[in-house]
Design a protein around this ligand. Sequence first.
Ligand SMILES: Nc1ncnc2c1ncn2[C@@H]1O[C@H](COP(=O)(O)OP(=O)(O)OP(=O)(O)O)[C@@H](O)[C@H]1O
Ligand SMILES: [Mg+2]
Length: 391
Amino acid sequence: MRTIIYNGKGGVGKTSVSAATARRLAKLGHRTIIMSVDTAHSLGDSLGVELSSDIRNVGPNLDAFELDIIHEMRTKWSAIKDYISAFLLSQGVGDISADEMAILPGMEMAAALFYVLQFKDSGEYDVVIIDTAPTGETLRLLSFPDVSNWYIEKMFGTVKKLLAIARVTVGKVLDFPLPSKEVMQSIEEIKDNMQRVKAILEDSENTTIRLVLNPETMAINETMRSYTYLCLYNKTVECLIVNKILPPMKNAYFKEKMKEQEKHLQEIHEAFDPLKIMYAKMMPTELRGPEALDLMADMIFEDSDPIEVYATSSPMHFETEGDIDKLYVQMPFVKKEDVELFKAQDNSIIIHTGSQKRTVSLPMTFKDSEMIGAEFTDSHLIVKFRRNKDE
Ligand SMILES: Nc1ncnc2c1ncn2[C@@H]1O[C@H](COP(=O)(O)OP(=O)(O)OP(=O)(O)O)[C@@H](O)[C@H]1O
Ligand SMILES: [Mg+2]
């Protein structure tokens, strides 16, 4: 199953491009589902249909829904919510409601990605389109499988140890409630699912991210930052879609605008080549409803099939030379001096760039390796490890 995630700055046209893509895919006979993950849903508006959190058929080969995170938390995550509530109460912090849990970072994307798992297992669809919230937030959410595992390990790893102790320690009084078997099972399930979600997100042959932007400075800068972070999180950005391109106009004011646009389009090329770039013009009227969306799909994809994967190279890989292992992390637009590296005790390295932090778990074979240095070439961070000779 193919998974395509559209992301970009606020208002650049993510929802329109997602909807246009979904319609084109469905027309070509691919069994398609489109899901909106942004809490400020506008997918229904864009498609010109009424949507809710229930999946509904909106045309031949096309299903759609708008994810409602509060509903998800109330229904599917209630066992864990109850435990976290009880835990917080025991600590004198107070209760947590499903609604409050819904606003925890990463919950929406986690719920969305669990849907992807469900669709993959059921085999109902050939392709899932995810229309996301504006960049910053979603980037954090896309790293959720990495981050959440860390949380779960920290929080419930400790609880698990306590559970084992509590079973053998007669009369020991704990000052917080132990989770029920059901909760522990749910947690284990979530952990397993997270591993599967991570594998899906890193499967560059099937799961890709398409970045939507406009030819203007702020959108370009934000897209460059997103691209770097996505590489860092080992996600495949397969193409850019430059939307809202002004058609040629004679008026003096627009002439200036056109010049500016030329400059921005040039900047985009310089920054992102050889990434595939596709374009959509600014429409004279509001872009809403099937006809406008189909026009948009024609502009972007021309005669091609949007299920195609335009690039599959993974932004992170390992190479070995003699007793030296090299980790390559593709990090365009990052200056050497902005990168900080740490090796952690638990066989992982931590890469800091700006405000973002990424933990790269090293393969088991690196357990006794020594990190001997790092260099920065051709927009790649290369971290070198020497294998211990005594192994
Ligand atoms: N090529 C275009 N021509 C004309 N109008 C467009 C075009 N693309 C998008 N729009 C309009 O711009 C507005 C924002 O588009 P859209 O909702 O698709 O962006 P978005 O990136 O999903 O926004 P948000 O970040 O709020 O989710 C909408 O009113 C849409 O109709
Ligand atoms: Mg949108």
